[in-house]
Design a protein around this ligand. Sequence first.
Ligand code: SD4
Length: 301
Amino acid sequence: AAGGARVVSTWDFGVGANQAAWKVLAGGGSALDAVEAGARWAESELCNPTVGRCGNPDRDGVLSLDASIMDGDGRCGSVAALTDILHPVSVARKVMENTPHVMLVGQGAQQFAVAQGFERQKLLTPAAEKAWRDWLKTAQYTPEINVERRGRPGDSSNHDTLGMLAIDANGRLAGACTTSGMAWKLHGRVGDSPIIGAGLYVDNEVGGATASGVGEEMMRNAASFLVVELMRQGRSPAEACREAIARLVRKRPEASKTLQVCFLALDKHGQVGAYALHRGFVYAVCDKDRQDDLRDSASVY
Ligand code: SD4
């Protein structure tokens, strides 16, 4: 049933997320259901300091989650600065399906989630709270390149924001993005992940793109939209990602030396491409031939 279905995800924990999504695709399910399942896997996984319940909090010690979901037909939904709800991606899907809106934030998003049957629960883990207390000793906000990839002490796996794109057996595309954002961000800060066009964009006519890294850079450039539009003009997914990164470097040559930005794209034919500012970005590809393919992205630096 899976045919030409394929799912791709950011970072090495994308392998596990892809496998959760693949169960849906292999059963003939939709790309939309697949990316939701994959993102939910990442949100529950223990222990990822940049996604879901294990995420690091903001500088006030509050764990606030951002997520988005988009179908290739243009439907989309997102939540930002959501607290105490385990599955932001599923709340984003409810925003898409059960409201006339695209995005809900903060208290309103939580209120909506509870009204939709999601349970409120305390999410901040003792490890994240300890990391925050350690951070408070210096309280310096200087995002390090790929810092999340190193995971926590004693945690051998590497993680970061999950961006996922899928194409199903019927050639329909969908994407999802879920994150706890930049650790130690200002309370109320929203990143690119829940912003349609910045952290995620999908169009059945062309393909989809998603991003990871310092979200402010993607938001300045409507970056995922840019990658999709470059593909629309004929670039391959890899070329489109590379050109979007090149534009970022041209605009902010100094900042781009110290910040990480990573793009991942999938076109409507199932072709995959990626590009990053700095070395270290990896992405996972899963289809009927191979379910645990992990690839290194090319980069500028
Ligand atoms: C953000 N892009 O909130 C996300 C964070 C990320 O590794 O990808 N972190 O800016």
